[in-house]
Design a protein around this ligand. Sequence first.
Ligand code: ADP
Ligand code: MG
Length: 683
Amino acid sequence: MNISLEQITVRQVNGVSALKEGELHAFGVYTILDLLEYFPFRYEDYRLRSLIEVKDGEKITVQAKIVGLPVLQRYGKKSRLTCKMMVDDWMVTATWFNRHYLKEQLTSGREIILTGKWDQRRSQMTVLDSEFPDKGTQRSGSLQPVYSVGGNITQGWMRKTIGKALDQYGEMIPEILPQEIMRRYKLVSRKQAIRHLHQPGDIEEGKQARRRMVYEELFLFQLKLQAYRNINRKRNSGIVHTTDNATIREFVRSLPFELTNAQKQVELEILKDMREPYSMNRLLQGDVGSGKTVIAAIALFATVRSGHQGALMVPTEILAEQHMRSLQRMFEPFDITVGMLTSSVTGRKRKDLLASLQMGMIDILVGTHALIQDEVYFRSLGVVVTDEQHRFGVNQRSILRRKGFDPDVLTMTATPIPRTLAITAFGDMDVSTIAERPKGRKPISTYWVKHNMMDRVKGFIAREIDQGRQAYLICPLIEESDKLDVQNAIDLYIQMDQDFPNYKVGLLHGRMSAAEKEETMRHFYSNDIQLLVSTTVVEVGVDVPNATLMIIMDADRFGLSQLHQLRGRVGRGEHASFCILIADPKSENGQERMRAMTETEDGFEVSRRDLEIRGPGEFFGTKQSGLPEFKVADMMSDYEVLEIARVDAVKLVSNEFFWTSPEYAALRDYLERQQVFQGELMD
Ligand code: ADP
Ligand code: MG
């Protein structure tokens, strides 16, 4: 069989006219294969049932015998046809609306199969569909596929046409999965799976068909990702970093703590990438407080010691400040120069900074996202570390390349998601995960209380501050420009300032100038402010180990991941820490989220629940979603298969026989025709 089904146009199916062919194009159906892979999204159940097992109001299909005379009532254009039937041993009244033409066929003693809604009390059935066994049945006794249709293409036509395509071409569907995989997972053949997805004889057949196609779909998808990754690696245009382990050790030894095993592991993964001639594209994920910053510092150190420059891109000026300070502290003994560029660095200062950068007198530049754009030129940019919010799109990459850079890119995210899901959502990235927190961290106890407990909460604040600790009090802020919420923060600040005359209370919100924010944060770092009333500007990355109490007002207005981020501002030192959520959520969903927060402290678990509650679209955000559309598989519920398929795909791509052995020829052919490898790997 040399001609394949993706080369035959759908016109070749009996009954598909030129007109219909054009209409099918609207559904993305051009070839026989497209049509065969146009799967139903659900099934109508026409299997015969007995009335005994049926609940009132259910839609059912039953076999009946006509026992009475049909009665037809007309109301203008409308009509109502009733007739007595025997179903099992019950007398049932069957009712049709607007099917007056059936009257002649309802002869006493004849068998009929009825599908409709069962009204137990009246012993009555409203018939939606009926067939006479003596004329041959089509639907009865089966599960009927329901396709997405529209325009001039009806459900019935689609069923019939796909049925014909299966009859004419079904036998030509080749197997593409490797035998060993088919055997390992006991998958049905592709031929059988496609047929049974359209025409499942029974539930089990449908299930097996789906299981096979889900695996196949996810497996092919993972093969594709592996291929992209390999293409990037083959491009070989990245910087080869030469810094050796001894030099890195010197830096790591200077840190005030020992790296956790998880940190050591990701350090290895990153350094390995940096030493290779391709440009790294790696996602570093770890729960809040797992110590990602120091990993970023190691990567930056490595690039500087290889004679290049590094950039650290963060979402806010507060964070830029903080990272600037901590990097300066870490790099001071090593004579590494750190500069900072934000929108508030202007005029003469900015000019000087940019000039030093271009001359290579600044080794590391910290800043907000303007950092790699516009008039900013590095002498030699080796590594860019970014925060998730600045995830590099293809555009930004090409901006960099146009400037002559192909740096290694490390993207950090504190919204950990299951590894495979991350790989899926973040496409061609490699993923490193820190799933362990530094030793000696005390757990953060989380409580959910109602607004009427505010007095007790204040007592709690006093207790912590009297013991020398510090506290955050967060107000919701939907948007930085949301005036109302800023007002909230200001009101709350005034109130707290009155309630706690003995403490210094600070205020932080997005409408303050950069200088004001900076000053407030400096006072909080140095414990000159004990209670900080703030909007969510402190959400990401702020690190004040002496702060042990996080109070979140109207907590139900935040997403789970955001709450977890906020909670992560405490529990960063040796003291026990607390998070108090203040909320009176009305909805079940809101209450569920509050409970979830009190029940788990593990960021991965929080993400999982968040994903569950909000669904992947909202979770990932529309902009960066880039989630693949699957025909059969569901990324959430088939998540385990996705994981298995990935392992299998990685193994297969790295198996040299994959590229040559006839065993994989059908799969290679299929992938090539689907342009999965874009020709680049199929030398
Ligand atoms: P993340 O960015 O992952 O939320 P940070 O990098 O800000 O976490 O680290 C949180 C705190 O833990 C910082 O104060 C940091 O100095 C400290 N830290 C990082 N790694 C370790 C470690 N291995 N042992 C002890 N403390 C660590
Ligand atoms: Mg951080």
